[in-house]
Design a protein around this ligand. Structure first.
Ligand code: AMP
Length: 450
């Protein structure tokens, strides 16, 4: 990892033999900076506030002490980890399972978009660790008979700044008040905002503060370029980049859910192994897209900012900002998907005549003047005819999809006006997918029948 400290070993930090072996088998030979700073305190029973981002090794920083304590004291409902998103929750579960694979660890993920009843059944298996998003956990606290958090010994609030920016304050309050006072708590956040400070005061006792991230800096191994292009040739330049980087894991960031779908259709038509991910997709589809990308079955992931933070995709070689983000912090998070763990990576920004102001803001913020990405424009424009055809066909496919969606929505809404949903119902400001409407319909029918 980029922030490792070679004078330390996990043994020296106090990590037990079993877990040191697990670290070794995962190629964690040297602890990262946050691990060096936090693990000894965590093992000594202290509460921790860690200012660190994804990529710093923060997950293992809390997983290792929890597992070590669990090894000494094998009890169900031992630890609760709160994550802002479903994807991050699944990644945290994976991390626990990897490090805990030889100790018969039981981890359950409690997130929205999954049936509550089968989740409740998972509690019967007495998990050691619960990884949850706040909303669904509160649902269970309020509605699942017999479910309690009274035996929890460890609480982790991961990506606390994000939890708070997503307005989970009320849920967090409820969760914290359902926990026993006698516990050890860790709070991780990429930034220290006043809201995070407030949360820290109510959730931690006399914490040790550790900080490793340079605030909003890009890493040295990241090469950043721009391509100044006319807006009408944007797709053509994207296809050119996909060709040049063919086979290299690439994330293309766009502003809207529609663009993720349009571009993935366009690239697929041209023979690229592309897939889309955005917040409006049903959970199963998101997980599927992500795992195909992780396994290399898909090499281009078209994403909204949903994927810019929190997703642990270790080996991305290229990030393309198809749309320049309007918030500079989003830029840092997006490009942070590459050049992780000490590897070299590249970020390329497609800057059109409409993006100059936003792009200048990025350059000012990172205090760097970027070089143009070298490319032969004539060669790029040779692709124009094929790309235009692909664009036409993908636009047509999009139209058909939208018509189909509208039809399903009209049919479902026909019987009841309360099911006519407005645009805000979807995540990221887009309309709901038909699967969500069906879910809402089911909830409605269920309520009616009670
Ligand atoms: P995180 O910041 O927890 O999302 O971790 C980022 C990546 O670093 C993950 O792929 C981890 O598996 C990996 N990682 C965590 N700790 C270490 C370590 N000490 N050495 C090498 N890789 C690590």
């Amino acid at each position: 990892m980029s922030s490792q400290n070679s004078t330390y070993t996990f043994e020296k930090l106090g990590v037990c033999k079993t877990l040191c072996e697990e670290c070794k088998s995962l190629n964690y030979h040297i602890p990262s900076k946050i691990q060096v700073q936090a693990i000894p305190y965590a093992l000594a029973g202290r509460d921790i506030i860690g200012i660190a981002e994804t990529g710093s090794g923060k997950t293992a920083t809390f997983v290792i002490p929890i597992l070590q304590s669990l090894l000494e004291n094998n009890k169900p409902y031992f630890a609760l980890v709160i994550s802002p998103t479903r994807e991050l929750a699944f990644q945290i579960k994976e991390h626990f399972e990897l490090l805990g694979r030889n100790i018969a660890l039981r981890v359950v993920v409690i997130v929205g978009g999954v049936d509550m009843v089968s989740q409740a059944a998972a509690f019967a298996r007495k998990p050691h660790v619960i990884v949850a998003t706040p909303g669904r956990l509160v649902d269970h606290l309020e509605n699942t008979k017999g479910f309690t958090l009274q035996s929890i010994r460890f609480l982790v609030l991961d990506e606390a700044d994000r939890l708070l920016s997503m307005d989970f304050e009320k849920e967090l309050e409820k969760i914290i008040s359902a926990l026993p006072k006698e516990r050890q708590s860790f709070l991780f956040s990429a930034t220290m905002t006043w809201k995070v400070e407030k949360l820290q005061r109510v959730s931690l006792t006399n914490p040790v503060k550790v900080e490793v991230s340079e605030k909003y800096a890009t890493v040295e191994t990241l090469i950043q370029n721009y391509l100044f292009i006319p807006a009408k040739y944007k797709d053509c330049f994207l296809v050119f980049l996909c060709q040049e980087w063919n086979g290299h894991p690439t994330i293309v960031f766009v502003d809207t859910q529609n663009s993720t779908l349009r571009l993935s259709l366009l690239l697929k038509y041209l023979g690229f192994a592309a897939t889309a991910i955005h917040g409006g997709m049903p959970q199963t589809k998101r997980v599927e897209a992500l795992s195909k990308f992780k396994q290399g079955q898909r090499t281009v992931l078209i994403a909204t900012d949903l994927a810019s933070r929190g997703l642990d995709i270790p080996s991305v070689d290229l990030v393309v900002n198809y749309d320049i983000p309007l918030h500079v912090k989003a830029y840092i998070h997006r490009v942070g998907r590459t050049s992780r763990a000490g590897r070299t990576g590249r970020a390329i920004n497609l800057v059109t005549q409409y993006d100059i102001e936003a792009y200048q803001k990025v350059e000012q913020y990172i205090q760097k003047k970027l070089d143009a990405y070298p490319c032969d424009e004539d060669k790029v424009l040779q692709l124009l005819e094929r790309v235009s055809e692909a664009a036409r066909i993908s636009a047509h496919q999009m139209k058909e999809r939208n018509q189909k969606k509208r039809k399903t929505r009209r049919e479902l809404a026909a019987n009841d006006s309360s099911l006519i949903l407005d645009e805000e119902d979807g995540e990221d400001g887009e309309s709901l997918g038909s699967e969500k409407i069906v879910q809402k319909r089911k909830r409605y029918d269920h309520k009616k029948s009670r």
